[in-house]
Ligand binder design. Structure first.
Ligand code: ADP
Ligand code: MG
Length: 581
């Protein structure tokens, strides 16, 4: 079975094409979104997803998020005595999704289609492919995220020829893409975006506002306090997606006690403090429509709203003023890319019902060779539709030249050496007058990101053919080594299971926000829970976990009311629950 995976910066999702069509696959907690967060313990125990996200505050040093930004780079993440690359951490997320899919589908999953941002470079694509291999998955192909979104819509509605604007507003990135769906071909026409604009920016302005309302300075808070303020800021943001105003109190950790905070905010205030975010968003949209030249609003069949931040009423209202009833809004915009990847998986499997669509890709950068004067001579141009193959002919510039050196570059600069050197090929040629010896250079770039170069000339005996993919990716041995290394980590958490982990990590996080009396209660429950788990007495552990959950729910719901004015609420609770466990 081939599954489709949206390996996101903030959240990852998996889907498959089953008898019922595209099917979203839930994780062990029954949720479709698995946070792209990985956390480690000193003994190598590894957590992925919601459990890891809970540990961002309590285990900040060994918990990692947003590593998609570093795909293909050499950045290292250090946890205890081990280091991981973004590829390794992504492999851990993929491994978890593979496991969840196998459990849900009841069959092995070895093949996958992964979506990547349209602007991802060759290296970033190779890194994604490698992450799949390390997770034990063959990456059948990579599909651009906006193409996947358009595929999902187009396969359901499928008019003849349509142009869509895909507006993908996620946790830390905004990608706007013009996609053409012509007959059964889906093609990218233009890309624009901001790599550092997303839901996190709203969290940031809300966090600043919270500090302002409490006469505090965000910068002077401790790391833990700041993390707590950000977490509450995100909660306020999400609440404002379902209500017009939020007014509440919460507590953050303070040496020897707790600090009470208040926040009140309504949709209009959120729009006011987010004006910079909206003007940056406008720039991205303008740039795209500009780039696309003759495209006007009327040419666009629909604006597909994608990504978690598209859920914000402020964002939807803003887009509505620009595009009116062209907006295509699905209830769960954060699932669309994954649904598209699942659709692509169905097409690949030739599943019944999966329409026979062809997905094309574009070459996201120019590929060429350096010619005299350090000039970039492009062979495949940026945005050319893949697969494609282009040939140019080059000849000698000096008399009696015996060698031709082809330096192959990737990038948009006219000065070749400013671009990225991918490869060099030196060709022996017979000495002749300048201009007499010529060589045909063919660049072929296929849909799977494999870039092949071929040199042909009547002056050389055999054609020279080289593939570049391998020099960018990891060697097979390296992949096997990394795979073995990740396999050696601990995933079975002893007697603990995922739900128990969730409860424990949740309680540890809450502990930091509570007053001393509440802390004592939490600690008592936690100790007892750990005690039963260590004994392997799962029945008793479950009983304690249920009680602990009820206690935490009560604390969180009534937190802001726990002060002198309403102390008896806690007492009332204690009457029902005397803390005996
Ligand atoms: P990515 O593509 O970056 O992995 P998503 O598309 O899942 O991420 O978007 C994640 C972002 O969406 C987060 O910043 C999150 O706070 C935001 N988000 C999710 N649900 C809501 C909601 N109901 N209201 C406002 N923002 C939301
Ligand atoms: Mg996304």
């Amino acid at each position: 079975m081939i599954v489709g995976i949206d390996l996101g910066t903030t959240n990852s999702l998996v889907s498959a094409w089953t008898n019922e069509g595209i099917t979203m696959i839930p994780n062990e907690l029954g949720e479709y979104l698995t946070p792209s967060v990985v956390s480690f313990d000193a003994d190598g125990t590894t957590y992925v997803g919601a459990v890891a996200k809970e540990r961002l505050v309590t285990h900040a040093m060994s918990t990692f998020q947003e590593f998609k930004r570093d795909m293909g780079s050499k950045t290292e993440y250090k946890a205890f005595d081990k280091t991981y690359t973004a590829t390794d951490l992504s492999a851990l997320v993929l491994r978890q999704l593979k496991k969840d899919a196998e459990k849900f589908l009841g069959e092995p999953v070895n093949e996958v289609i992964i979506s990547v941002p349209a602007y991802f470079t060759d290296e970033q694509r190779a890194a994604t492919r490698n992450a799949g291999l390390i997770a034990g998955l063959h990456v059948n192909r990579l599909v651009n995220e906006p193409s996947a979104a358009a595929l999902y819509y187009h396969s359901r509605h499928m008019e003849d020829a349509e142009q869509y604007l895909v507006f993908d507003f996620g946790g830390g990135t905004l990608d706007v893409t013009l996609v053409d769906a012509f007959e059964n071909i889906i093609e990218i026409q233009g890309i624009s975006g901001d790599n550092h604009l997303g839901g996190a920016d709203f969290n940031h302005v809300i966090a600043l506002e919270i500090c302002k309302q409490n006469n505090m300075d965000l910068q002077s808070l401790t790391d833990m306090q700041r993390a707590q303020v950000y977490r509450h800021a995100e909660e306020v943001k999400m609440k404002l997606s379902g209500a017009n105003e939020v007014s509440e109190d919460f507590f953050i950790h303070q040496e020897g006690g707790q600090l009470r905070m208040h926040v009140s905010m309504d949709t209009q205030r959120l729009i006011d403090i987010s004006s910079e975010i909206f003007s940056r968003l406008t720039i991205v949209l303008k740039r795209l429509l500009n780039q696309a030249g003759s495209v006007s609003k009327d040419d666009i069949a629909g604006v597909i709203m994608v990504g978690g931040s598209s859920k914000m009423p402020a964002v939807r209202t803003y887009l509505y003023t620009l595009f009116g009833d062209k907006l295509l809004y699905d209830e769960n915009p954060d699932e669309i890319v994954c649904r598209g990847a699942g659709c692509a998986a169905g097409i690949q499997q030739r599943s019944d019902g999966a329409k026979d669509l062809i997905l094309t890709d574009i070459c996201p950068f120019t590929l060429g060779v350096k010619i005299q004067g350090d000039i970039m001579s492009p062979i495949i141009h940026r945005n050319e539709v893949l697969p494609c193959s282009r040939t140019e002919t080059y000849s000698t510039v000096r008399d009696r030249q015996t060698e031709l050196r082809f330096a192959i570059y990737q990038g948009e600069f006219h000065q070749a050496s400013k671009n990225k050197l991918l490869h060099t090929i030196n060709l022996k040629i017979p000495p002749k007058p300048a201009g007499e010896v010529f060589v045909h250079v063919t660049f072929a770039y296929d849909i799977n990101g494999i870039f092949a170069i071929e040199l042909n000339s009547p002056y050389i005996e055999n054609a020279v053919r080289e593939e570049i993919m391998n020099t960018i990716g990891l060697s097979e041995e390296e992949i096997a080594r990394r795979k073995a290394r990740l396999e050696a980590l601990r995933y079975e958490h002893g007697h603990y299971n995922l739900r128990m982990e969730m409860v424990i990590n949740h309680a540890e996080r809450l502990y930091a926000e509570c007053n001393r009396e509440q802390q004592e209660y939490l600690a008592r429950y936690l100790d007892t829970l750990r005690h039963y788990l260590a004994l392997g007495d799962t029945a008793s552990a479950k009983g304690v976990a249920d009680k602990l959950n009820a206690l935490m729910e009560f604390i969180e719901k009534n937190m802001f009311r726990f002060d002198d004015r309403d102390a008896n609420l806690w007492e009332q609770y204690l009457e029902h629950d005397n803390g005996e466990v």
